[in-house]
Design a protein around this ligand. Structure first.
Ligand SMILES: *[C@@H]1O[C@H](CO)[C@@H](O)[C@H](O)[C@H]1NC(C)=O
Ligand SMILES: *[C@@H]1O[C@H](CO)[C@@H](O)[C@H](O)[C@H]1NC(C)=O
Ligand SMILES: *[C@@H]1O[C@H](CO)[C@@H](O)[C@H](O)[C@H]1NC(C)=O
Ligand SMILES: *[C@@H]1O[C@H](CO)[C@@H](O)[C@H](O)[C@H]1NC(C)=O
Ligand SMILES: *[C@@H]1O[C@H](CO)[C@@H](O)[C@H](O)[C@H]1NC(C)=O
Ligand SMILES: *[C@@H]1O[C@H](CO)[C@@H](O)[C@H](O)[C@H]1NC(C)=O
Length: 424
């Protein structure tokens, strides 16, 4: 007897995290070999029966796709779709693996190829094999030689659909040039790319963002060494661990399960249903404009930071906060300028920022002070006494105020007359 328990436990950044425990039973092929053909109603199954790959059709849809879904969830929870934007309109589809190690979906009635995993194969591969792993990753590798399971020539984990599974890397690989982001389905019936995406913005110090039609709607905030600045409640927990890796080869977010008998996934489907109740007004990107902070406990929610005043008081008074605030005493690039400390914040937008992961806080302050266009700084790693350096240039936007001892600290450039004397 198979038993599947599905429990919706939590919304994190508006992602639905589904946990379930499942049992193990029969065996089916987990591989497809070169020139083998998979047809409608034929599937391959990962060794522990966790995932299944084959043709599917969403409920109420006449279109057919190749995808990967949880085998144990009876509702057919699809986690990956190959031809999301090029469906077949009938059941006469064929999935093949070419001798060059390219996965192809063909319309068997016309012979037209509707989807290819790659346009050309530059790697020479011996007897290519496609294999569905229990992680949900479908990999194409050769027998021995340069490509193997650890170093596949292609993997579905590099091409996310709408679901972030444990072990997937969400972010950028600078060596291969691959940018892994995920995008909602257009609707429950249509896996075509929808308007909502989640990606890692690397224009400055990296930060995960959500976009709607290419416009930022929500920033999770930069990584502070322990967690994302905008999600202080996402803490180490007994279910999964998470990391954010920043180095010259790659930048990515990843989560992994601590107990392999539990599976979890983050899905970005139907954000209108799942995301909106989770985020509040202060999560809306740049609600308050520059040098202002959004505080959900206050009414109105936007307030200028200490030492700042509304740039356009009349607009501000009527709730148009978009132009934000300015220094009460303007900066003049004078040697006496320094920095005041602002705590319990979501760090400002890091687009256009500069960072160095090894500098000390003292070096960081000096570096910011030397350059008059540097408006603020903080450490990139709050662990211990703090390390790394993050510099902002220009207005500081999209901050919010968190309850005491939960947010981050940023040091903002002020004129000498405004400096907080207690700090000096
Ligand atoms: C697929 O399987 C279902 C159920 O066994 C069957 O009703 C259907 O005719 C099959 N379709 C094709 C195209 O083989
Ligand atoms: C293959 O080439 C087409 C046309 O240039 C492009 O749209 C498509 O994204 C490419 N596919 C892959 C997997 O590189
Ligand atoms: C993992 O989860 C299973 C099922 O919930 C439980 O029985 C087991 O004790 C857990 N193992 C660890 C190491 O926590
Ligand atoms: C980062 O800072 C360290 C220490 O000041 C310095 O040695 C290193 O060259 C800097 N790296 C970059 C890329 O600026
Ligand atoms: C200050 O920083 C900006 C932005 O990084 C840079 O373009 C400019 O050259 C710097 N100025 C000085 C004097 O270092
Ligand atoms: C952050 O700082 C802590 C304490 O100094 C250190 O153990 C950890 O490796 C640092 N993390 C990164 C990503 O540099």
């Amino acid at each position: 007897m198979e038993e599947t328990r599905v429990t919706k436990i939590k919304l994190i950044f508006g992602f639905l995290v589904v946990l379930y425990a499942s049992s193990i039973c029969t065996h089916a092929a987990d591989t497809i070999s070169a020139t083998q053909t998979l047809r409608y109603n034929e599937t391959i199954v990962s060794p522990q029966q966790t995932f299944e790959l084959g043709f599917f059709s969403p409920p109420n849809s006449k279109n057919h796709y190749v995808g990967i879904w949880y085998k144990k969830i009876s509702t057919g929870t699809v986690v990956w779709v190959a031809n999301r934007n090029t469906p077949l309109t009938h059941t006469h589809g064929e999935l093949t693996l070419t001798l060059q190690g390219v996965l192809a979906i063909r319309d068997a009635t016309t012979g037209i190829v509707v989807w290819l995993s790659a346009n050309s194969s530059t790697t020479l591969v011996n007897n290519p094999i496609g294999q569905l792993l229990d992680t949900g990753n479908f990999i194409i590798h050769g027998e021995g030689g340069e490509t193997n399971q650890e170093n596949p020539i292609w993997q579905s984990f590099d091409f996310l659909t709408d679901t972030l599974l444990p072990g997937m890397k969400h972010g950028r690989d600078f060596v291969t040039g691959i940018e892994r982001h995920y995008t909602s389905w257009r609707s429950k019936e249509d896996p075509a790319s929808g308007v909502f995406s989640a990606s890692i913005d690397t224009r400055g110090y990296p930060q995960p963002i959500r976009t709607q039609e290419q416009k930022i709607t929500y920033r999770v905030g930069p990584w502070n060494g322990l967690r994302f600045s905008g999600a202080p409640n996402l803490r180490p927990n007994p279910i999964y661990s998470f990391t954010f890796v920043i180095n010259q080869r790659e930048i990515y977010y990843q989560y992994n399960l601590l107990n392999t008998s539990i599976f979890t996934r983050m899905v970005k489907q139907e954000w209108n249903l799942y995301l909106v109740p989770e985020i509040d007004h202060c999560d809306q990107y740049a609600t308050c404009g520059p040098y202002a902070s959004c505080n959900i406990e206050k009414s109105p929610v936007c307030e200028c930071l200490k030492g700042f005043e509304p740039k356009f008081p009349d607009q501000w008074r009527v709730g148009d906060w978009s132009q934000g605030c300015r220094h009460t005493v303007p900066l003049n690039c004078e040697p006496g300028e320094g920095f005041n400390k602002y705590s319990n914040l979501k760090l400002p937008d890091t687009q256009g920022s500069w960072y160095n992961l090894t500098m000390t806080p003292v070096e960081c302050e000096k570096k910011c002070k030397r350059n008059c266009s540097c408006t603020a700084y903080t450490t990139t790693n709050i662990s211990g006494s703090g390390s790394g350096c993050l510099l902002w240039f220009g207005g500081l936007i999209d901050m919010r105020t968190f309850p005491e001892n939960t947010g981050d600290t940023v040091y903002i450039r002020m004129s000498s007359s405004q400096l907080d004397k207690s700090k000096q």
